[in-house]
Every structure is written in structure tokens, then in C-alpha cells.
Design a protein around this ligand. Structure first.
Ligand code: CMP
Length: 512
């Protein structure tokens, strides 16, 4: 038998073909399915190939009759290639097979099981090579005891990491709070947990610290969506009944959809305290769904509370000190008021509907209308609402007009901006609101009521005619949208509709 035959026979064993085929199949599968783990795969395959080369070199040594050395090296490289195969199986089972059956054990479990398999494989092979395992175990036990003693902290961290992962007390993506630091868990490692804070910092918590001390997992409850209760505080003077404050704030928040605010449980407003400064302290509690956005969402809520109270003429309480300053200086206040009236008159003059009015008429109007701000998303009028007492003039911002068919289909009819008005259909005819108007941006409006409008119409009947025309064309737009959505009948001609509307307005306001 020649040199190469001898070498090949020592190198290529009965099981070699099966092992190689298995490695190639697993590698191809992992390569295609686990793109993110390709680097690990290449490293494992490189290690496996190195072990194969090692086995071949051992075979050469064997043919050259260095039998003892050849056997030792060969066994070492067999153990090495076995380790590579175990690693591949570990990845196959934990990263492809288990996720397929909807199991995703933490990475640390995979690591532990793979390490146990390595040790078992090593022991089996050593036993097979004729080594006395008893003495090895005894000496490893002594070494382990010495190591464990000198590495108490590190081991504590490692075991802490294992425990935290196994009992699922923290998972990647959770928001946790430890002392005064809170942030999102981005990685759980053998020794530590990495937490990214909202201030763009990364905090490293040793696992043993989390094991020994209490920490809070924010917004997490068993079998519930992740949402975290927030408290937004505000003060209102004692002169306003708490039930009114609560109703105004809750109604406004509940009818608006604000990003990152959970629908269930609903936000709620409660009276929390009577302060000795003379005001009542309230809190609006809501559930935040995206924990990264705490301050911006609080700010949106505050803005909604503020505008809701302003619309109802309820003032947020201020420190007594500032009340004295304002009240004490009446001339200053008067000046402020008249400047406000002048500003209102200037704004009203730019609204086409009022452009023909005299200065005196405009002044009366300016004195009596109400400034009402809305936050983005607020529903200002709701289709079908019977309480349609107000007309709104937009002085800043934009609103959207939406129509809903009786079958529940929704359609955007259009947008209205600065200088436009809405709500006239209900106010002037007494009909329910014909459409839903929603604040597209933050919106500032002036609000007029029926009595105020009646005075204007008596003084200037021409306005009724102008309005009747606008009402008729808006109504026609709504009718054709309804027809488009498969509801309603053929629209009536605008001129005919105008005459009908004018008659309704006159009747409603008792005009001749
Ligand atoms: P009102 O019916 O009181 O309440 C809803 C308001 O939406 C309505 O008054 C109009 O002011 C406004 N509106 C209805 N249809 C249109 C339209 N086609 N274009 C602009 N605004 C409209």
C-alpha cells in the first residue's frame, strides 16, 4: 500500500461522508434563512475547515509513523470539528426550528445548552481515547472552586444574567427604571444590561445589581398592552365648580384622537387637592402608548387642557402675586382690552361677510364675540349635533369638513382657513349640524351666538341674502357628495335651494 492510500485511509473514515453532508446542508440552510448570523456561520465553518486540515496533517504524521502524536492530534481535531458541528446544530435548532413553532428562548439558553453539549462531547471523546475522567473531574473541581472564589462578582453577574433571562423579568425593548434612571433595554448580555435613555445616553447595569435591587418595568402588565399612566397637573380657581372643569376637560380630550394616548383605559380628570393658595389642583391622567414620547405627549395634553378651558372662559389659576399686578393696574388692563377689541375689529374687517359693516357695528360685534382656540384634532362641530348655536370665524389655522353618509361612509369635503367661517348652516336655519368640522392644525376662532347674529341680520338684511347663497352652494356640494356615496337624491338647483334657505332663515330669525 503506498503513502497516499495509507494517509487517506486514516483520514477518511466511514462516518466522514455523512458528517460532511450534514455540515453542508445545515450551513446552506443557515446561510439563506439567518442572514444576520452569516458572520458567525463563516467563523464556525472556518473553524470546522481548520479542524479538517488538522485531521489531514495528523493522517500524514500517522503514515510517517509518528503514531502516538498522530493519534493525539487526530483526537484533538475530532473534538474541534465536533464542537463546530454542535454549534451549527445549536443555531439550527434555536434560530430556525424553535421560532417556527413560536418558541423564542433567550440567547443565553442557547449558549448554556451549547456549552453543556461541548463539555459532554469533549468528555465522551476523551473517555473514548482512554483518559481517566475521574481524575480530570477532580482536578477541574479544584480549579473551578479557586476560580469561583476569585471571580465572585463576575460569576454573580453571569448567573444574574441567566436568571433575569430565564424568568423573563426583563426583555429587550422593555422600559425600565432603576433609581432615577429610566430607559429602554437594548441588549441583555452575560455580564450586564444595556439601557438607552431618552437623553441619548447608554447606561450599563451589572446584572447582579438588577438581581439584588428592585427595579420598575414601566408600562408592563401581564396580558395587557404596553402603556404607562402619566399625570398632567393644572390649577383652576376655586370659583369654578370642579364638576364643570372635569366635564369640560374630559369631553374635549375624549372626543380627540391624540397620538400616543391609549383609548382604553380612557383619560380621566380628577380633583386632587385644594391648595392654600386659593385654587384647586387637578390632574389629567392618561395612558401613554409610546414610552419614548413622554414629554411631547404631556405637552399635547397640556395644550388640549388649556384650549378646552379657554373655550369655556375658565382661567387657569395663576400665582396670587401676578393677580395683584394685573388687577392693580386697571388702566393698563383697559388699554389691553381696547387693544384686543381693535385687533378683533381689524380681523373681522378682513372677513368678507362683515366687510360692509360700519365701524360701530364691527365694534359691537368685536366686544361680544368669544375667542375660542382649538388644538389639532379637536372636533369642533359634529354632524347631526342638534346644539348648533354657534358660528365660527377662523382667525388662524385650518379646519377640515367631513361628511358621513347614513351607511357610515366618510368623505373629506374640503378645508377652510383664515378668514373663512363655518357653522352658519346650523346657526341660521336651526337644522342639525350638516357636517363634522375637525381642527387640522391648532386653530383660533371667534365664536358668535344666535342673538348676536340676529342683531346683525336685523341691521343688515343683505347679509342674510349673501349667506343664503353661500349656504345653498355648500348644501349642493354636500348633496352631490352624498349622491356620490350612493345616498341622497338628485341635488336641487342652487337658485331654488337659495330661495328655500332664505325663507328658512327669515322664519328662524323672525325677520319680515
Ligand atoms: P353647520 O351645518 O352648522 O355645521 C357644519 C358646517 O360645515 C356647516 O355648518 C358649514 O359651515 C360647513 N360646511 C358644510 N358643507 C360645507 C362645504 N361644502 N364647504 C365648506 N364648508 C361646509
Amino acid at each position: 500500500m503506498n503513502f497516499w492510500d495509507n494517509t487517506i485511509r486514516y483520514f477518511w473514515r466511514e462516518e466522514s461522508f455523512a458528517v460532511l453532508t450534514m455540515v453542508v446542508c445545515i450551513a446552506v440552510l443557515l446561510f439563506h434563512v439567518r442572514k444576520e448570523d452569516r458572520k458567525t456561520l463563516f467563523n464556525t465553518l472556518a473553524f470546522f475547515a481548520a479542524c479538517l486540515v488538522g485531521q489531514f496533517v495528523s493522517s500524514l504524521l500517522h503514515t510517517l509513523e509518528f503514531t502516538r502524536a498522530a493519534d493525539v492530534f487526530h483526537e484533538m481535531f475530532i473534538i474541534g470539528s465536533g464542537i463546530a458541528v454542535i454549534r451549527l446544530w445549536g443555531e439550527l435548532i434555536f434560530r430556525i426550528v424553535l421560532p417556527l413553532v413560536r418558541l423564542s428562548p433567550p440567547r443565553i439558553t442557547e449558549d448554556i445548552i451549547v456549552i453543556i453539549a461541548y463539555v459532554a462531547w469533549g468528555m465522551v471523546r476523551l473517555r473514548y481515547a482512554g483518559l481517566d475522567l475521574g481524575s480530570i473531574v477532580a482536578s477541574t473541581a479544584v480549579i473551578t472552586a479557586v476560580l469561583a472564589f476569585s471571580m465572585q462578582d463576575t460569576l454573580g453577574n453571569i448567573l444574574g444574567g441567566v436568571a433575569l433571562q430565564l424568568d423573563n423579568s426583563v426583555e429587550i425593548g422593555d422600559w425600565i427604571k432603576v433609581d432615577d434612571i429610566s430607559g429602554k433595554v437594548v441588549d441583555i448580555r452575560w455580564r450586564s444590561i444595556l439601557v438607552e435613555t431618552r437623553n441619548w445616553e447608554t447606561v450599563v447595569f451589572p446584572n447582579s445589581q438588577l438581581m439584588k435591587n428592585k427595579f420598575v418595568v414601566l408600562g408592563r402588565r401581564i396580558d395587557q398592552p404596553v402603556q404607562w399612566r402619566r399625570w398632567v397637573w393644572f390649577n383652576v380657581g376655586m370659583e369654578t365648580l370642579p364638576s364643570r372643569v372635569i366635564k369640560v376637560v374630559e369631553e374635549s380630550i375624549l372626543q380627540t384622537s391624540i397620538s400616543n394616548v391609549a383609548k382604553d383605559p380612557q383619560p380621566s380628570c380628577i380633583l386632587m387637592d385644594f391648595d392654600n393658595k386659593g385654587y384647586a389642583r387637578y390632574a389629567l391622567r392618561y395612558w401613554l402608548t409610546d414610552l419614548a414620547n413622554d414629554d411631547p405627549t404631556d405637552a399635547m395634553i397640556r395644550w388640549h387642557v388649556m384650549t378646552a378651558l379657554q373655550r369655556e372662559n375658565i382661567r387657569l389659576a395663576v400665582e396670587e402675586r401676578s393677580i395683584h399686578i394685573t388687577k392693580g393696574n386697571e388702566r393698563y388692563e383697559e388699554k389691553g382690552v381696547s387693544q384686543e377689541i381693535l385687533l378683533r375689529m381689524k380681523t373681522l374687517r378682513r372677513v368678507e361677510l362683515f366687510s360692509q359693516m360700519t365701524n360701530e357695528e364691527l365694534r359691537t360685534l368685536a366686544e361680544r364675540l368669544r375667542y375660542v382656540p382649538f388644538s389639532r384634532g379637536n372636533i369642533i362641530t359634529r354632524q347631526g349635533d342638534l346644539k348648533s348655536h354657534w358660528l365660527y370665524v377662523i382667525i388662524n389655522g385650518e379646519v377640515e369638513v367631513h361628511l358621513e353618509s347614513p351607511e357610515g361612509m366618510k368623505r373629506l369635503i374640503g378645508s377652510l382657513g383664515k378668514g373663512n367661517f363655518f357653522g352658519e348652516m346650523g346657526l341660521m336655519t336651526g337644522a342639525p349640524r350638516s357636517a363634522t368640522v375637525i381642527a387640522k392644525t391648532d386653530v383660533e376662532c371667534y365664536r358668535l351666538d344666535k342673538e348676536m347674529f340676529e342683531e346683525i341680520l336685523r341691521a343688515r338684511p343683505a347679509i342674510a341674502e349673501e349667506m343664503a347663497h353661500l349656504l345653498a352652494s355648500r348644501r349642493a356640494e354636500l348633496d352631490s357628495a352624498l349622491l356620490d356615496m350612493g345616498a341622497g337624491s338628485r341635488p336641487v338647483a342652487i337658485s331654488q335651494r337659495r330661495t328655500e334657505i332664505l325663507a328658512t332663515i327669515r322664519r328662524f330669525f323672525g325677520l319680515a
